[in-house]
Write a protein that binds this ligand. Structure first.
Ligand code: UD1
Length: 382
């Protein structure tokens, strides 16, 4: 009998608490929750911090992923980093007191990730970090601070690319705590790819496959500085003179563009400035694009897995495997580089990235069962 089935025979299974809060978390965690549900070694308890709360940033994405209804919603909303992190910390601590989980699983690098890892570790509850060990070396990014501190607080480090182990070891982390499991974001992608491609969401804009460039910008480093944002807008207007451009806008970006003439100028140039779209529609827009211009982390990975050229408007990336094995190119720091991107009529063929194979969540589940449910399983077996 398998480890997971044996544990399921107990009435009282250990509780594993999952944290989700912002859009990319949902995509990374959905296959893990599903794999653990199949194994039945844990009672799962999902906490949604509410860092993202708009239907298009949260509910729509969760629905596309068949994500189970969260057990608790903290409703922290937006705010300055300190305030948002503090609200998650205080709210999550109360849930920990109440539920007393065996362990907590956090994912990625958003403020909710760090806040929940901190709350749990202060109470002596072990933390497992999914997507551990990524480093951009850029300490001006809030995500880099969240990554380094979350890894330091975590007992189990689940990595998705080979260089993550070196990064962690160089910071003094015991390699015995590091498990190379692969990329659960790609599990979600492979699960939904067929449905997403069949949608051909670009047809809603009267576009054909491969003729347009898909654009996203949301990083504070790009959108919070008016001069920088103006330069990006000028470059996008120049790009739109050559090819159709579709720009699903993060609320942060729309808020920064609103109230001046930039939004109108983009629209006048033909840029399709649309609201954020759900997971399936966005995957569909990515798969149909002739090229993608972005400052996102996850899109570098998804574009690589789909084999679509990705041009990342950043001077660095914490995901170098997408440069060496994927379709990603760093555009650097000059906004006018964006204007030179062109859609390609066919996709490049990326080499496969090791363990980005659609089965990462099963490996995550094995590690978590082994580390946090094995005692009980052995007890049951006696
Ligand atoms: C967060 C993550 C970032 C991730 C991104 C994915 C941190 C530090 N950053 O950035 O790593 O790539 O999510 O989208 O955690 N807003 C809304 N509705 C929402 C959510 C946000 O209107 O549902 C607006 C608010 O004006 C808010 C702003 O967007 O102030 C920023 O939201 P926030 O959660 O602070 O960070 P993101 O930029 O979304």
């Amino acid at each position: 009998m398998s480890v997971a089935r044996l544990a399921a025979r107990r009435d009282e299974r250990p509780t594993l608490m999952h944290v989700v809060g912002a859009r990319p978390n949902f995509v990374k965690m959905a296959p893990v929750v599903e794999a653990l549900e199949r194994g039945a070694a844990f009672d799962q308890f999902v906490v949604h911090t509410g860092q993202h709360y708009d239907a298009r940033m949260s509910e729509d994405v969760l629905a596309d992923l068949d994500f189970p209804e969260p057990d608790r919603f903290l409703g922290v909303g937006s705010g300055p980093h300190g305030e948002q992190t503090a609200k998650v910390l205080a709210g999550f601590e109360q849930v920990l007191f109440e539920v007393q989980p065996r362990a907590v699983l956090v994912a990625g690098d958003v403020n909710s990730t760090l806040a929940c890892a901190l709350a749990a570790s202060k109470l002596g509850i072990p933390v497992a970090h999914l997507e551990a060990g990524l480093r951009s070396g850029d300490w001006t990014m809030p995500e880099e601070i969240n990554r380094v501190l979350t890894d330091r607080l975590s007992e189990v480090l689940l990595t998705h690319s080979p260089e993550a182990l070196d990064n962690l070891v160089s910071e003094g982390i015991d390699p015995a705590r590091v498990h190379y499991v692969g990329n659960t974001m790609i599990d979600s992608l492979r699960r939904c790819e067929k449905r997403a491609r069949a949608r051909a969401a670009f047809a809603d804009f009267e576009l054909s496959a491969h003729e347009y460039v898909l654009v996203t910008f949301h990083r504070p480093g790009n959108v919070d500085h008016p001069l920088r944002l103006d330069q990006i807008v000028i470059a996008l207007i120049a790009l739109a003179a050559h090819c159709p451009v579709v720009f699903p806008m993060h609320p942060r970006t729309r808020a920064r563009l609103h109230g001046n003439d930039s939004l109108k100028a983009l629209e006048a140039a033909g840029v399709r400035c649309i609201e954020p779209v759900g997971y399936l529609d966005f995957l569909s827009l990515q798969a149909g694009a002739g090229a993608i211009v972005t400052d996102s982390g996850g899109i570098q990975e998804e574009a690589s897995a789909l084999g679509v050229s990705c041009f990342t408007f950043r001077p660095n990336t914490e995901r170098p495997v997408t440069l060496t094995h994927g379709t990603n190119t760093l555009l650097g720091d000059d906004p006018m580089e964006i204007a030179h991107v062109r859609p390609a009529p066919w996709d490049p063929t990326p080499s496969a990235i090791p363990l980005w194979d659609g089965h990462a969540a099963e490996r995550v589940a094995d590690v978590l069962v082994d580390r946090f449910a094995r005692e009980r399983v052995e007890e049951v077996a006696l």
